[in-house]
Design a protein around this ligand. Structure first.
Ligand code: URA
Ligand code: ZN
Length: 378
C-alpha cells in the first residue's frame, strides 16, 4: 500500500463564516456581483482599492473555499489521504469583542462535525482517517480566559489537532506579555499552534500602494507573508516567549518564511546584544538560542515551492523529521482548465522528492509520516 500523504496546510471558509463576511462592507468581506459571476473575496487591505470596481476587487471565491466535497475531490486528484483543515485568514481576528466566543465555538463545532461526518462516510478502515482540523481562537474576546477556555474545550473534540492563529495576537503582536496565559495554556495542554500570516508588510515597504496594486497579489503573498511570519517569530524569540514556555510547539506556515535562511543572522545579532544594551536599554535578551528553539519548539510546513527553501528549512529544523507536507489549498488554483493537477501542489511534491530523493523514507516522512507522529493522527 502507498505511504499516506497528509496535507497539514489546507484551508476552508465554513459556509457560516462566508455568510458572516457577506454581511460586512469593510475588509474582510465578500461581495456578490449582480450577474452570475463568482463572489469576490476581499480580505487583504490591498484588495480594497477604491479605484477598482467592486466586482473585480480581491479574488473570486468559488465552492472550493467552502464545499468539503470539492476539498475531497482535490485530495483524491493529488493522492492526498488525509487533510488537517484550518479556517483561512483572517480567522476571527476582526470580530467585535462580544462576538468572538460565540463565533469561535460555532466555527470549531462546524469543523468538528464536518470531520466526523466525512470520516464516517469515508468507510476508511485505516487508523488514520481522511479529515482532522485545527481550531480557530476568539482572540478579540474581552479577556484571555475566554481564549484559554476554548483551547481547553478543543481538547475535548475528537478531530481537533491544534489551533491556527495569525501574527497579531491580542492586537499588539506575539511579544505582548498579555498573551502569556495563552502560551501557558498551549504549553500545558500540548496544543500545537499553526502560526500563519495575513497582514503582510505595509505598502510602503514595496514602494507604496500604487506599486503594490500594480503587481496584483505577488508582493504581499510572495514577500509580505513570509516576512510577516519571520518578524512575528523573531519578536517572540526576543521577548523570551520560548524561555518562559520552553515546551510550546509551533508549526510555521510557508517553511517559516525567511526564518531558516536568516536564523544565523538573527542569532548573531542577538549574541552581540544579548541584553539589548544599545541606546541605554537594559532589557534581558533571550536565553535559549535560535537553533535550540528551531530544533525543539518549531515545526515547518513544506510549502516553499523550491529546493533551496526546502534545504534551508530541513537544515534549520535540524532534520527532515520536523517538516510537514502542505498545499495551501484552495489558494493558488490552476490558471487553466486543462491542468490535470494543481501546479502549486506538484511544485511542492517535486521540491520534496528532488531534495530528499535518495532517501525514500525521508520523502514519506515529510509527505505524511511526520504529521501522523506529531499530530497523533493514529
Ligand atoms: N492567500 C491567502 O490569503 N491566504 C493563504 O493562506 C494563501 C494565500
Ligand atoms: Zn495558508
Amino acid at each position: 500500500m502507498a505511504a499516506p500523504i497528509v496535507d497539514i496546510h489546507t484551508h476552508v471558509y465554513t459556509p457560516a463564516y462566508l455568510d458572516m463576511l457577506r454581511a460586512r462592507k469593510k475588509v474582510p468581506y465578500v461581495h456578490d456581483p449582480a450577474n452570475d459571476a463568482d463572489s469576490r473575496l476581499i480580505i487583504l487591505a490591498s484588495d480594497d482599492d477604491a479605484g477598482t470596481p467592486l466586482d473585480q476587487r480581491g479574488r473570486p471565491v468559488d465552492a472550493s473555499y467552502s464545499d468539503i466535497e470539492v476539498k475531497l475531490a482535490f485530495m483524491r486528484k493529488h493522492g492526498i489521504t488525509t487533510s488537517v483543515i484550518s479556517l483561512a485568514n483572517p480567522w476571527l481576528d476582526f470580530l467585535e469583542v462580544d462576538d468572538a466566543q460565540v463565533w469561535s465555538e460555532k466555527i470549531n463545532n462546524d469543523l468538528e462535525d464536518t470531520c466526523a461526518t466525512v470520516n464516517k462516510n469515508s468507510g476508511s478502515t485505516s487508523d488514520v482517517k481522511p479529515l482532522y482540523a485545527f481550531g480557530a481562537l476568539p482572540l478579540s474576546a474581552p479577556n484571555p480566559s475566554v481564549i484559554v477556555n476554548e483551547i481547553k474545550r478543543l481538547k475535548t473534540l475528537a478531530h481537533m489537532r491544534g489551533v491556527i492563529m495569525g501574527t497579531s495576537g491580542l492586537g499588539k503582536g506575539l511579544d505582548d506579555p498579555n498573551l502569556d496565559p495563552v502560551w501557558a495554556s498551549l504549553e500545558e495542554t500540548q496544543t500545537l499552534l499553526f502560526l500563519h500570516p495575513h497582514y503582510g508588510l505595509p505598502d510602503e515597504a514595496f514602494g507604496g500602494p500604487e506599486v503594490t496594486q500594480r503587481y496584483g497579489h505577488v508582493l504581499p503573498l510572495a514577500l509580505g507573508f513570509p516576512l510577516e511570519t519571520t518578524i512575528a517569530v523573531t519578536r517572540m524569540l526576543l521577548s523570551g516567549v520560548f524561555d518562559r514556555f520552553p515546551n510550546i510547539k509551533i508549526l510555521l506556515a510557508h517553511s517559516g518564511g525567511a526564518l531558516p535562511f536568516l536564523a544565523g543572522r538573527i542569532e548573531s545579532c542577538i549574541a552581540h546584544e544579548r541584553k539589548f544594551v544599545a541606546n541605554g536599554g537594559s532589557t534581558q535578551g533571550p536565553v535559549r538560542d535560535v537553533w535550540t528553539v528551531l530544533n525543539t519548539n518549531i515545526y515547518l510546513d513544506a510549502v516553499v515551492y523550491g529546493e533551496a527553501g526546502l534545504k534551508a528549512a530541513i537544515h534549520a529544523a535540524g532534520g527532515h523529521e520536523r517538516l510537514l507536507f502542505g498545499t495551501d489549498n484552495p489558494f493558488f488554483p490552476p490558471l487553466s482548465e486543462e491542468d490535470a493537477t494543481w501546479p502549486s501542489v506538484t511544485t511542492n511534491y517535486k521540491a520534496i522528492e528532488g531534495t530528499l530523493s535518495t532517501d525514500k523514507e525521508a520523502v514519506n516522512a515529510v509527505l505524511g509520516g511526520n504529521a501522523i507522529r506529531i499530530l497523533n493522527l493514529n
